[in-house]
Design a protein around this ligand. Structure first.
Ligand SMILES: Nc1nc2c([nH]c(=O)n2[C@H]2C[C@H](O)[C@@H](COP(=O)(O)OP(=O)(O)OP(=O)(O)O)O2)c(=O)[nH]1
Length: 129
C-alpha cells in the first residue's frame, strides 16, 4: 500500500489551526494541516500525536476522520483527522512552519491551501460549524 500522510484538523475555541509551509520552495508559503508521514509499524493516530509534538510542541487527542482519502501526486494518500489540544498540553509553536494561524469557519475558504487540501474546504467548514 502507498504511504499514508496524516493531517490534524486541530480545533480549539471554534477555530482551526493551519500552518504555513517553509519548504520545499515550490510550496513554501502555502498553508496545510500539521502532520506528516506515518512510519512503518506506527498507527495513524500515533503518527498524528508524534507530528503534533514535533511540529507544534503540543499534545493532542485524535478524533474522527474528516473528509475522504486524498490521492497526492507523490502516490501517497492524505488522511485527515479532527484533533483537540490536551488541557495543559501547551500552546502551539511554529517549530517547523513559517507561521501558524487560527481560522474560523468563514475564513477556511480564503486560506491559500496546498493544492491537495482544497478539496477539504467543505469538510473543514462543516467541522467548524
Ligand atoms: N502535513 C501535511 N502534508 C501535506 C498536506 N497536504 C499535502 O499535500 N501534504 C503533503 C506535503 C508533503 O509532500 C507530504 C508531507 O510532508 P511533511 O513534510 O509534512 O511530512 P514529514 O514531516 O513526515 O516528512 P519530511 O518533510 O520530514 O520528509 O504531504 C497537509 O495538509 N499536511
Amino acid at each position: 500500500m502507498d504511504r499514508v500522510i496524516v493531517g490534524a484538523a486541530i480545533v480549539d475555541d471554534g477555530k482551526l489551526l493551519v500552518g504555513q509551509r517553509s519548504y520545499p520552495d515550490d510550496v513554501a508559503g502555502l498553508w496545510e494541516l500539521p502532520g506528516g508521514r506515518v512510519e512503518p509499524d506506527e498507527s495513524e493516530a500515533d503518527a498524528l500525536v508524534r507530528e503534533c509534538r514535533e511540529e507544534l510542541g503540543v499534545d493532542v487527542t485524535v478524533g474522527v476522520r474528516v473528509g475522504g482519502d486524498i490521492a497526492l501526486q507523490s502516490g501517497a494518500v492524505l488522511r485527515v483527522y479532527a484533533a483537540a489540544l490536551v488541557d495543559d498540553g501547551g500552546t502551539p509553536q511554529a517549530a517547523e512552519h513559517k507561521a501558524l494561524q487560527w481560522v474560523g469557519a468563514g475564513e477556511v475558504a480564503a486560506v491559500d491551501w496546498l493544492p491537495a487540501d482544497r478539496v477539504l474546504i467543505p469538510d473543514l467548514e462543516e467541522l467548524l460549524a
